[in-house]
Design a protein around this ligand. Sequence first.
Ligand code: SPV
Ligand code: MG
Length: 431
Amino acid sequence: MSTVYLSMSTDIIHGGHMNIIEKAAELGELTVGVLTDDVVASYKRFPLLSYEERVKIIQSIKGVARVISQDTLSYKKNLEELKPDYLVHGDNWKEGFQRAIREEAIEVLASYGGILKEFAYSSDAQYQRLEDASRDRLSIPDVRRSRLKKLLGMKTTVNAIEAHNGLTGILAEKTQVLEEGKAYQFDAMWVSSLCDSTSRGKPDIELVDMTSRLHTIEEIMEVTTKPIIFDGDTGGKIEHFVYNVKTLERIGVSACIIEDKVGLKKNSLFGNEVVQTQDSIEHFCQKIQAGKKALKTSDFMLIARIESLILEQGMEDALNRAFAYIEAGADGIMIHSRLKDPAEIFEFCEKFRAKDSRTPIVVVPTSFNMVTEEEWAERNVNVVIYANQLTRSAFPAMETVAKMILKNHRAKEADEVCMPFKDIIRLIPEE
Ligand code: SPV
Ligand code: MG
């Protein structure tokens, strides 16, 4: 009997999938490769059903002889291992970024005489409606909140980009790079105090109050589904913090990071150029304990941010604090630095990991920005936050246009650097 291979990522089985499984099974004994969660999340959306659940469903479909995992978009590894007589695929991969994946598969098939069988891709309007409904489910607070922990379980390193309103939220949600058979998108969003304050024309000194910050989150949540990591600044008074952390958890935020500073907080990247006071270990531990006690789910993460390197208190102090904060209940540690050279962050990670292999480490590489995500992964860093690049790129672009209009006494010249008007009115479609 001939052998057949087909790969599937879906978490909603519809008639189109049943048809292609039926056709594939007619060709011989069918093995289905189920794409792992991180691969599905990189090119589609986060799967509502986990890999294990999807395997169970697909395994029970008539005609499926067995199910294996496919852990890349590329078919190479599984084809070389199985050497199936037939590879079955919808014809939709002839164009676009999947073309490279198709070409590679054809090459592997040719190496041992396998045959590619392509069937017309079924694009029924009701299938699209089903997909839209599934995507909507991802925005439900319980689903969204738990997603950060799930991602941390799936990937060594999760990335997050700053969002401070609906529009930057949409950028974080939808921006995707598809190239050479690979797909990339951001895993999560960072609601930065710096960018939230800057977008309101205010300094980053905890002046924008919690009600306004919650408003920002609400605006982002209305138009996105990805998990949110909230920059909680110092967390404020313990008596206030316990209320705020409960609210964040209830509305579906996944994590809150608070920094160990007291008094008038200034942005960390000022370092000791301005007066900033670090909290005592005892008091910050009390804040963490109170915050953890107020929480109702195990999904929400309270992450402690250590300012010792920023305030030049030394590596020893940073490490002591990290272990004390974890002892107090922190679900993760953010270590920050304002040096261009990543050496002190690397040293912290190494010394921390020597004693703790589990607790997630978060970094914000604004100054030490030459390190790639792959390099962070090698050092067992779990969350990489791009904290301010959208704001820093948007402001000079807007300023340039404002100056062009002033200089030319009209907008014609500025139009060259603006997106076409017809594109902006269609950027946000009506539902
Ligand atoms: C922020 O984005 O507001 C941060 C990171 O807290 S930093 O600006 O580097 O302090
Ligand atoms: Mg901040």
